[in-house]
Design a protein around this ligand. Structure first.
Ligand code: CU
Length: 311
């Protein structure tokens, strides 16, 4: 908890503990005063009530002391907030996209992942995008949280300071499977990170050039977060499994009517571009969001190539 995992931990924690400390002192002080008054002024000891008139000294004291206290709180809060708003110019940029209900991270060289990888001791600036509803990217260990609003680009930045894996999740209730928006930040040594990034770029190129059928499609499924809802081993998750889907008979609801279709290229393409047009029997509408703007026809073709390998 106090790991110093990012440059924003100390200032955030200082403000937090200062406010908690002051609150605890007041809680204890006020409770003790109430109890003391109960005893001191109860009817047996103090049968006749007394009229008390104003006291200027008291008025000034209980105005000035809280004013000083909140100004101290403000000062510590500002000391944490101001640097968190201003990213250094040389920060490494990563595009973080959220959708119902998965994450995708795109690095400067075009590599995409569903887990966030960052180098240690280097400022990282995230462009925060959402394709559907309001999400919020939260990394508790780094003390950062920022809304992701469709149609605008919010930003967050930090310097990871310790190698390790940390939780990353959505902190804005965004629908039924909100809890699926859970992944990790992996902080690597700078050298390791560079190696990882180039190896990823190479893998993408090798896979694209390779004849190994379906490898490119499998990768697209991984980086677009499809595996959050679809398995490749026959088990049922939020959506039906991909295993045994291709060219098999599937029962779907179309405009309220149950019918049988063969899961051919057209059916799969339509399932990805217009998921709500035909709903697989036993599943509900509105679970899967269209990938119309994320996947090209070529991408979908490669996904189909992958599905052929697990039919
Ligand atoms: Cu979300």
């Amino acid at each position: 908890m106090y790991s110093g995992a990012s440059n924003l931990v100390t200032t955030t924690d200082n403000a937090f503990f200062l406010i908690i400390g002051i609150s605890v002192i007041f809680l204890v002080g006020i409770s003790a005063t109430i109890i003391w008054f109960l005893i001191r002024y109860n009817k047996k000891k103090h049968p006749v009530a007394e009229q008390i008139h104003g006291s200027n000294t008291l008025e000034v004291v209980w105005t000035v002391i809280p004013l000083i206290l909140v100004m101290i709180m403000f000062f510590y809060g500002w000391a944490g907030y101001a640097p968190a708003r201003k990213a250094p110019k040389d920060a490494m940029r990563i595009i973080a996209s959220a959708r119902m209900w998965s994450w995708s991270f795109e690095y400067e060289n075009g590599v995409k992942t569903d887990t966030l990888y960052v180098p240690m001791n280097q400022p990282v600036l995230l462009d925060l995008l959402s394709v559907d509803v309001v999400h919020s990217l939260y990394i508790p260990a780094f003390r950062v949280k920022e809304d992701m609003v469709p149609g605008r680009t919010n930003r967050m930045w930090f310097i990871p300071q310790k190698v390790g894996n940390y939780e990353l999740f959505c902190a804005e209730y965004c629908g039924l499977s909100h809890s699926y928006m859970f992944t990790e930040v992996k902080v690597l040594e700078p050298g390791e990170f560079d190696k990882w990034l180039t190896s990823q770029a190479d893998t993408t190129r090798i896979i694209a050039a390779e004849s190994n059928p379906g490898a490119a499609g499998r990768r697209l499924i991984e980086v677009n977060g499809c595996f959050a809802c679809h398995s490749s081993d026959g088990s049922k998750l939020v959506g039906p499994s991909f295993k045994g889907l291709y060219e098999h008979e599937q029962k779907v609801m179309t405009n309220g009517e149950l019918r049988s279709v063969i899961a051919n290229d057209d059916y799969i393409t339509k399932s990805i571009y217009e998921p709500d047009a035909e709903i697989v029997e036993g599943y509900r509408k509105g679970q899967m969001i269209s990938y119309k703007n994320q996947l090209t026809d070529q991408d979908v073709q490669q996904i189909i190539e992958y599905l052929k390998t697990i039919k």
